[in-house]
Ligand binder design. Structure first.
Ligand SMILES: Nc1ncnc2c1ncn2[C@@H]1O[C@H](COP(=O)(O)OP(=O)(O)OP(=O)(O)O)[C@@H](O)[C@H]1O
Length: 249
């Protein structure tokens, strides 16, 4: 069995009286895609925010590569190997694909205070950027300004920028949002390629895609986990069928 790269133990996050995430435990293994699904407001984005370190949990712990990172900031977790792509667009539109990837790598490698000055000069960030573009299938459009990319390519670029930071764990928040069938297929192929060597957490509303690509699925309702298992186990789970799946059961 693969090693756990990220573990959440009994994570809870309250906003006033509301428990947006309620006693959630989760283990992300290397070489696996772990999807988190649930209705709107189930707590998926809050869970990603707790794992990535956007804000602290009310209680519970997060460990990354065996280290307790619960009180670590988001940048510190990122430097330790936790990558995240956002639902909101994080790209510098006037810059080329390569420059966006270089800046992401640069912010990580060294001299983060000098990102503009040395994006050209730092061979290590150039190497990481080129590798990330290659893996994300964007090498052909390296010189294209991000503004000229299709919606699907922009989402690929977000993943590439995340890869340029050389993470072991990738948290992906709705990478397929707004995509047509062809773009979705391309992104799914990319996620499958990324599985090797990484632990991927995928929050996604497209159930067909989730069941096609995930090794494990966690189902959340009202902040709590109601089931975790293989796609087959989750599909067959009565609680999940009643609470959520409907026509996907
Ligand atoms: N900063 C906040 N302050 C107060 N309530 C919040 C905050 N963030 C989230 N919530 C509430 O927590 C609950 C979970 O929200 P969250 O965005 O995590 O759900 P989600 O599963 O990601 O939903 P969606 O699929 O619509 O993105 C919701 O009821 C939401 O209104």
């Amino acid at each position: 069995m693969s090693a756990p790269l990220l573990e959440a133990h009994s994570l809870t996050r309250a906003f006033g009286a509301l428990k947006a995430v309620d006693n959630v435990s989760l283990t992300l293994l290397a070489d696996q895609i772990h999807a988190v699904i649930g209705t709107n407001g189930a707590g998926k984005s809050t869970l990603i925010n707790l794992l990535s370190g956007e804000f602290p949990p009310t209680s519970g712990t997060v460990s990354l590569l065996g280290q307790d990172v619960t009180r670590w900031s988001q940048p510190r977790r990122a430097r330790a190997g936790l990558g995240r792509s956002y639902q909101r667009n994080n790209i510098f539109l006037p810059l080329t694909v390569r420059e966006n990837c270089r800046l992401a790598a640069q912010a990580h490698v060294q001299r983060p205070w000098a990102v503009w000055e040395s994006a050209q000069a730092c061979p290590e960030s150039r190497r990481r950027a080129d590798e990330a573009m290659e893996r994300a299938g964007l090498a052909d459009v390296a010189h294209v300004p991000a503004a000229a990319l299709s919606h699907g390519q922009k989402r690929q670029l977000e993943v590439a920028m995340c890869l340029a930071t050389q993470p072991r764990v990738l948290l992906l928040d709705e990478p397929l949002a707004g995509m047509g069938p062809e773009e979705s297929e391309r992104m799914l192929a990319l996620l499958r390629r990324l599985r090797e060597g990484h632990a991927l957490l995928l929050v996604e509303h497209d159930m067909d895609a989730v069941f096609a690509v995930a090794d494990r699925i966690t189902v959340m309702v009202n902040g709590a986990v109601i089931a975790t298992g293989t796609p087959q186990e989750v599909r067959a789970n009565r609680d999940v069928q009643n609470a959520y799946l409907g026509e996907h059961a």
